[in-house]
Design a protein around this ligand. Sequence first.
Ligand SMILES: CNc1ncnc2c1ncn2[C@@H]1O[C@H](COP(=O)(O)O)[C@@H](O)[C@H]1O
Length: 318
Amino acid sequence: MDLSTPVDSNFTTALPKVETTTDNVLTQQPSFFHVFSRLIYQLCDDLDSLAYATNSVLEDFLTDGVRYLELRTIPRASPSSNITREAYLTTVLDTIAQFRSRSTQMSVYLILALDRGKTTPAEALEIINLAIANKPRGVVGVDLCGNPTQGDVTIYRDAFARAKAHGLGVTLHFAETPTSGAPSELDALLSFQPDRLGHVIHVPNDVKQEIARRKLGLELCMSCNVHAKLINGGFLDHHFGEWRQTDCPIALCTDDVGFFCSSVSNEYLLAAEHFGVGRAEMLRMCAKSVDMIFGGEQEKKRLREILRRFEEERATVG
Ligand SMILES: CNc1ncnc2c1ncn2[C@@H]1O[C@H](COP(=O)(O)O)[C@@H](O)[C@H]1O
């Protein structure tokens, strides 16, 4: 059922299921962000494991019925294993290239992320330069992620300006916690002129209006926000209910399948179950989400055609 969804994902999808507590993942840091630095990155610190994980993620999304994927990763050097940032990125891009040569059903692109609080301004520029250099291999955008309770986002102003100047899409993790929903941070992030925002949870009314005015693409992660207790309440209380009333295109995303154990198709099912999103609205939402992809006009055309055919076939079936 899921046809054309830009997906914010992590390579954790390929790793064994990691149990988390149901405490707030951001205040209970050891249960979430530390799992990356203390467990996942140690399990996945050689290029063979990285290629294996990347490939498994791609196969899983394909099996789920995804037809367009934007995968996101922080290109990380692992000095203990002599892996440079470049080697990490080359391995991911090589794996994507091999996947493309086997399967044309699902288009795959890559977004490179900066890890707030960890990435220095100089490293940020290095990552942006890598993104620019690898546009021909399918890098389409850059993101700011990481622990939202850490770091000053304004140090990345030059990096995002450079990314935009070189035609990369900009998406930002936005207002995941009350602290990272402070007006000064949100103003700074919006001044980077992002194309899309992820999460958008703790947003004051005036900022909501600005986001709606700009019609920014929203990457919403229902399972993540509910299970990680980033929002108060359950699925019915999720801000998807509010954003779907605006003109912003929405893509339902998985965030971390490895943590939250929910595929993209399940995220769409959750929207149907909890918010009564029917077939017509679902199709409209998917069609609108095509406008927010970073993969370019040809991809948009392809996705619109897939949606058109899907609609036609289902109409014929009855
Ligand atoms: C609520 N969800 C989230 N919010 C913010 N940052 C997140 C995140 N989930 C994951 N990350 C960030 O992505 C990194 C994993 O990147 P790779 O895939 O290893 O490249 C984690 O270290 C974390 O900082």
